[in-house]
Design a protein around this ligand. Structure first.
Ligand code: DLL
Length: 435
């Protein structure tokens, strides 16, 4: 395996030096935070100056920050610099309510760009690549974040943004695109509409895809790799921590390296707030270490994952996170059983007769909850008659039941008949009355 680094000394630094880097970063972040209206009030009685931080143990003195805190600080409650030093802002991609806003100085953007470049190098990209960035440009961080990192690496960037699949495919063919960046849902959408747009896989020179922005299982990754004949790398991030470039897979694809010189990672029990052990799933909490304009301390992401124990063969010492197992707020409780949409996806994507699209519907059936899983079947399995597929339906139902411990109703649908998603997919529709 060809392992390349942006900065080997920093990426393979020993843990005690990394602790020193993080302690200095935390002192800087606390100093910045104390300049903001929000943290000046929030840190009272906990931490009054950066000198209060003597080691990483002092992190515990700092209270958590939540999404609601950021919303309530809209528009400039967590701004640590004067407006004249800010060069860009992004807001979160949530569709309703008050967004969260993150400001950047030029130095903040340079740091983000460096992390993105590092991520691209870690996954084997080089200046010889041709990169088609199919993520939305604008307030959403997926487009611009990758864009600047790829340019810094010297890659030719085709900034298509999302949507317009026919044009995407045409450009991929004409410019011999080698790398793409898209949500897993959009990769599936492209694969399933390729023929109708007049293209086939042999028209392309694609080598790698960066997939992220939404939860997906290992089986989804494998399916994308098989469909396109490429390597697909998981990319994780969130607007509050810049966007993409927080955690990224290296060429070994054994988990997401969190760039710990820029973020402190904690994985906590969502109820008690205490750290969980490596290998145990908990809520991810991040602290920014280098951000000037919008420092964020101990941010509760609501994403659930675990730290992967052991070391990665690539030699990087920055710890790895597992795939995101779900969110504290997307867990469905169905007749008392806890079900994560990711469990359902994991099962569906390993059934070869299943296509690339599915929906999860939760409703009321009298007093009980009802779970319906709508599944598009693979075009190779569909011969024009759905009634032939009773055996497949029972197979899917049995596999789901064995995994989630409740009995779903399974509906099979023709290829291309369920809603398609060009950006983050919304596959769960919960129509139960919420009190
Ligand atoms: O989605 C940033 C991003 C853009 C990451 C492009 C990667 C690629 P937000 O819109 O703020 O930012 O959404 C962040 O999306 O808390 C997770 O719940 C989810 N998410 C992002 N990447 C992954 C991933 C961007 N690889 C929220 N796996 C996060 C699972 C992901 N979930």
């Amino acid at each position: 395996m060809n392992v390349c680094y942006q900065n080997k000394d920093l990426e393979c630094v020993n843990r005690s030096s990394l602790d020193s880097i993080q302690t200095a970063g935390l002192q800087f972040s606390v100093a910045q935070a104390l300049k903001t209206k929000f943290y000046a009030a929030r840190l009272k009685g906990h931490v009054s100056s950066p000198e209060d931080i003597r080691s990483l143990n002092d992190l515990k003195r700092i209270p958590f920050t939540t999404k609601d805190d950021l919303r309530e600080s809209y528009t400039d409650g967590i701004l640590a610099t004067e407006f004249k030093h800010v060069v860009r802002l992004h807001t979160s991609s949530g569709t309703t309510g008050v967004p969260t806003v993150i400001y950047h100085t030029q130095k903040d953007l340079n740091n983000w760009t460096e992390l993105m470049e590092r991520s691209l190098i870690a996954s084997g990209a080089t200046c010889e690549d041709i990169f088609q960035n199919m993520m939305t440009y604008g307030m959403f961080t997926g487009g611009l974040g990758f864009h600047y990192g790829a340019e810094k690496l010297g890659i030719l960037v085709i900034p298509t943004g999302s949507g317009n699949t026919k044009r995407q495919l045409q450009l991929m063919k004409d410019f011999k695109t080698t790398l793409v960046h898209a949500t897993p849902s959009y990769m599936f959408h492209m694969a399933s509409t390729m023929n109708e747009h007049g293209f086939s896989m042999k028209d392309f020179n694609l080598k790698k895809a960066y997939i992220g922005g939404e939860p997906h299982s290992e089986n989804t990754r494998k399916k994308i790799e098989e469909l396109f004949g490429i390597e697909a790398y998981n990319s994780f991030g969130l607007s509050e921590m810049n966007g993409p470039g927080v955690a990224f897979e290296c060429v070994y694809k054994t988990g997401l390296h969190v760039w710990e010189d820029s973020y402190i990672l904690e994985v906590i029990d969502p109820q008690s707030g205490e750290l969980v052990k490596d290998g145990e799933i908990g809520e991810i909490v991040f602290t920014t270490l280098r951000r000037e304009a919008t420092p964020i301390l101990r941010y509760r992401t609501r994403d659930l994952a675990s730290v992967i124990p052991g070391v990665c063969p690539c030699g990087r010492t920055h710890r790895r996170l597992s795939r995101i197992a779900g969110r504290t707020d997307d867990m469905l409780i169905i007749n008392g059983a806890n079900v994560f949409p990711s469990q359902i996806e994991q099962i569906l994507m390993k059934v070869p007769e299943v296509g690339t699209n599915y929906m999860i519907l939760v409703s009321k059936d009298g007093a009980l909850d009802k779970l319906t899983v709508q599944v598009e079947i693979h075009s190779k399995t569909f011969h024009g008659d759905m009634s032939e597929l009773g055996v497949l339906k029972h197979k899917i139902k049995d596999e789901l039941k064995a995994s989630i411990m409740i009995n779903p109703s399974v509906e099979l649908h023709e290829p291309g008949s369920l809603p398609q998603f060009e950006m983050k997919a919304k596959r769960v529709v919960d129509s139960r009355i919420k009190i």
